[in-house]
Design a protein. Structure first.
Length: 496
């Protein structure tokens, strides 16, 4: 009998009572190792009620006390992140070093949130009118919901909850049902760091739990990350129910390579950004846009490197792990067949690759497809796996037009040694996050993360100052204190 992963409500682990569960796989072994409880309405209400109950006290904790807890959480996370990395690898499949990498990026947001008192300072204008002062403050919203995807079970929740908590909100996190244990581990860490019960809750579940958060009147705001159709749904439903929503969606990221680029750097970057985490990253490079005559020599260098990549169990010393489920692996592999049918050239086919792992794992090796037509589904759809496409263009302008015509706008990169071209690119390109000779331009924690077009709905991005803005609302106060020396009734001591 497998262990069933439960919820974390009001400061304690709570077993699921709905009778509904979902299997959790070890993708490198290809077997179900656990089940996760899926919340019913009573459990959804219980998690929101715990967060609502904890809110007034947590909101009124002094900045100093809040900061102390944030610092402690950061120290514990830093000490023990190896444990969390093992949990991530066992449920997601990414290699251990990459799991540690995602935790480190999440930890940066915790570190940013430790400085929250500085970011919450308001403005003060003395004598805006004679004897009248005007000042501003930002206050917490209340209960906020965070709904996260499978591909970053620690980092994506950490884009949001350190800031939500540091600004005085209470949280209900609904992690992906594919890798639900990381969230529980983080909840226990918060408790150890001294966070009052009910400030951070974990609700395991599926669409029912998401809808519950979207519709409940006590939930003030929703931060969502996932595929574009669900992001759009969450944005619309949340707005309909009067909530503040930021909903980050899918991606199809291009890398534009100009003929003057350093092709060794480009090839290394294409490999890292195309196949890291088996391509299951929203900032993965999916399409290399090669400005001719760059394509042939670049493909040669990429293939040389692909031949050296090792694929296997993420607990071993491999470059790339399995995909998250068999169903997802099969879907990703189906694009290789589509490429063949659409007349593209499959240069390296990742199906049937030799792996350092169990034969039942959800394997698909790095795949390279040349001459992909922009009308093909291989180009138009998000694949979310280790499949890198090459599209050949004749000029910089053609490349920019192609990228700007894309439906998504999460990240993009240009590789060139021409500063003028790079500067034009950053100005002209219709994408939210840009890399210049950097393939995965994920902004650091004190900047904000988010794309354009179908990659993000709502105008406020994750973390950085925009994250602080999202989790607080502003007040402007106009005040006049009469000077007691101004005549009138005065029952105090005599004045000059
Ligand atoms: P997903 O959309 O399937 O799931 C995301 C969340 O929504 C999960 O918690 C899931 O339980 C919930 N969900 C699933 N179906 C739902 C439904 N019908 N109604 C309501 N909620 C539902 O995404 P995923 O497969 O877990 O993650 C991969 C996707 O996330 C990719 O598209 C990737 O690009 C995207 N992503 C985007 C970013 C970003 O910053 N833009 C970051 C990470 C991942």
């Amino acid at each position: 009998m497998n262990q069933t992963i439960g919820h974390w409500i009001g400061g304690a682990e709570v077993a699921g009572k709905s009778g509904r569960t979902s299997p959790v796989f070890d993708p490198a072994l290809g077997v179900v190792t656990k089940d996760v409880a899926l919340a019913d309405t009573a459990e959804i209400n219980a998690a929101i009620a715990a967060a609502a109950k904890a809110f007034p006290e947590w909101r009124d904790y002094s900045q100093a006390r809040k900061q102390g807890i944030l610092f402690k959480f950061r120290e514990l996370l830093n000490e023990r992140k190896g444990e969390l990395a093992e949990i991530i690898t066992a449920e997601h499949g990414k290699v251990l070093s990459d799991a540690l990498g995602e935790i480190t990026r999440g930890q940066e947001v915790v570190e940013f949130a430790c400085g929250m008192p500085h970011l919450l300072k308001g403005f003060y204008t003395e004598n805006a009118s004679t004897g009248v002062d005007v000042y501003s403050t930002r206050q917490a919203l209340g209960v906020v919901g965070i709904i996260s995807p499978f591909n970053f079970p620690a980092m994506v929740p950490m884009w949001f909850f350190p800031i939500a908590i540091a600004t005085g909100n209470t949280v209900v996190l609904k992690p992906s049902e594919k890798d639900p244990t990381a969230a529980l581990w983080l909840a226990k860490l918060w408790k150890e760091a001294g966070l009052p019960d009910g400030v951070f809750n974990v609700l395991q579940g599926d669409k029912l739990a998401v809808d519950g958060l979207l519709e409940h009147p006590d939930v003030q705001a929703i931060s969502f990350v996932g595929s574009t159709p669900i992001a759009k749904y969450v944005y619309e439903q949340g707005a309909k129910h009067g909530k503040r929503v930021q909903a980050l969606g899918g991606a199809k990221n291009h890398m534009l390579v100009l003929p003057d680029a350093d092709l060794d750097l480009v090839a290394d970057s294409a490999i890292n950004a195309g196949f890291g985490s088996a391509g299951e990253r929203c900032m993965a490079i999916s399409v290399v846009v090669a400005v001719e005559p760059v394509a042939d020599p670049l493909i040669e260098k990429i293939v040389e490197r692909m031949n050296k990549l090792t694929v296997g169990d993420g607990r071993r010393n491999c470059d790339m792990g399995p995909l998250v489920t068999r169903e997802h692996r099969d879907k990703v592999a189906s694009y290789i067949e589509i490429a063949n049918q659409d007349g593209a050239k499959v240069v390296v086919d990742g199906r049937g690759i030799n792996v350092d792992g169990d034969a039942n794992g959800f394997w698909l090796g790095p795949t390279l497809i040349d001459n992909v037509l922009t009308s093909s589904k291989v180009y138009t759809e998000e694949i979310f796996g280790p499949v890198l496409s090459i599209v050949r263009v004749k000029s910089y302008d053609e490349g920019v037009e192609l990228i700007n015509n894309g439906a998504f706008g999460n990240g993009t990169a240009i590789f060139t040694n021409d500063g003028g071209a790079a500067r034009r690119f950053q100005n002209e390109i219709q994408v939210g996050m840009i890399g210049i000779n950097v393939p995965i331009p994920v902004p650091v924690a004190y900047y904000s993360f988010g794309g354009w077009k179908n990659s993000a709905f709502g105008d406020t991005k994750a973390h950085g100052v925009e994250g602080v803005h999202f989790y607080t609302r502003g007040k402007a106060i106009t005040s006049r204190w009469l000077d007691p020396s101004h005549g009138g009734i005065n029952l105090g001591f005599p004045q000059n």
